[in-house]
Design a protein around this ligand. Structure first.
Ligand code: FPP
Length: 254
């Protein structure tokens, strides 16, 4: 029986049994959580209501991932382009990590979850940055699921920063050009302590990467669903993993 991270009232063990192959669970799942705004619009609600409900989905999918034995879950919570949104919406989005972590930190601790973040921390409002840093340091020694928030994250910016760091080392004579290879370059990425995602999920029907993990997704399996993120359920998550398990991964081989 797989362990549940947060128990649900009245749930029986049989409901937690998963009809998927336990020996082929993606080690790292990355998710572009899209469709909060459209979900809210369809319900006649303000966009921020979509983000708030989306935060609840974060909790449900974290539970599901932990139950399944996924090791890394990376969630695209705010991109470097999202600053272009109306000020009120940006402010609301910047409060969500704090709200989520304050509400859930004890259970994350109890369940050995380690919080991490990818993205440019320097531009985050102090309250957002502090909430994430506190959660990261409190959970740093946990050895279970890594819950990795991509926050103020952009794939191109990450690549440029990596290139700058490599170039600086070459310029200083600390690195030789012909020593630069894929393995070495990966160590300059913010995901350096994680394997590349096995599976990328994007909700809401959009079929694009939106500047997400451009280096790391080179050989990932992609799964797109029309479901809006606030409605993305454990069953939808399982369906994505089942689809992943039907794929034959060849990494360029035959
Ligand atoms: C994209 O939907 C979603 C975002 C830019 C924000 C995602 C944030 C959450 C799901 C909550 C994060 C929670 C934590 C704990 C950090 P959209 O607003 O672009 O939707 P639309 O395309 O329908 O307008």
């Amino acid at each position: 029986m797989l362990k549940r991270l947060w128990s649900k009232k009245g749930e029986t063990d049989s409901q937690a049994t998963l009809p998927i192959q336990p020996d082929n669970i993606p080690e790292h799942i990355a998710i572009i959580m899209d469709g909060n705004g459209r979900w809210a619009k369809h319900k006649g609600l303000p966009r921020i209501a979509g983000h708030h409900t989306g935060m609840k989905t974060v909790k449900r999918i974290t539970i599901a991932a932990n139950d399944l034995g996924v090791k890394f879950l990376t969630l695209y919570a705010f991109s470097t382009e999202n600053w272009k949104r109306p000020k009120d919406e940006v402010e609301f989005l910047m409060k969500l990590p704090q709200q989520f972590l304050e509400l859930e930190i004890e259970e994350l601790m109890e369940n050995n979850v380690q919080v991490r973040m990818m993205g440019d921390k320097d531009q985050l409002p102090p309250h957002t940055r502090k909430a994430v840093e506190d959660a990261m340091s409190r959970t740093a020694n946990n050895t279970g699921l890594v819950l990795n928030f991509a926050l103020n994250y952009g794939g191109r910016l990450e690549l440029i920063k990596a290139v700058q760091a490599v170039a600086e080392q070459v310029q200083n004579g600390q690195l030789q050009v012909d020593h630069i290879n894929e393995d070495l370059f990966s160590t300059y990425m913010q995901s350096k302590e994680m394997p590349d995602p096995d599976l990328l999920i994007r909700t809401s029907g959009e079929i694009r990467l939106s500047n997400f993990m451009l280096w790391q997704l080179a050989y990932s399996e992609f799964y797109f669903t029309d479901v809006y993120w606030p409605e993305f359920s454990e069953a939808h998550f399982m369906a994505a993993i089942q689809e992943y398990q039907r794929r034959a991964r060849r990494f360029g081989g035959v």
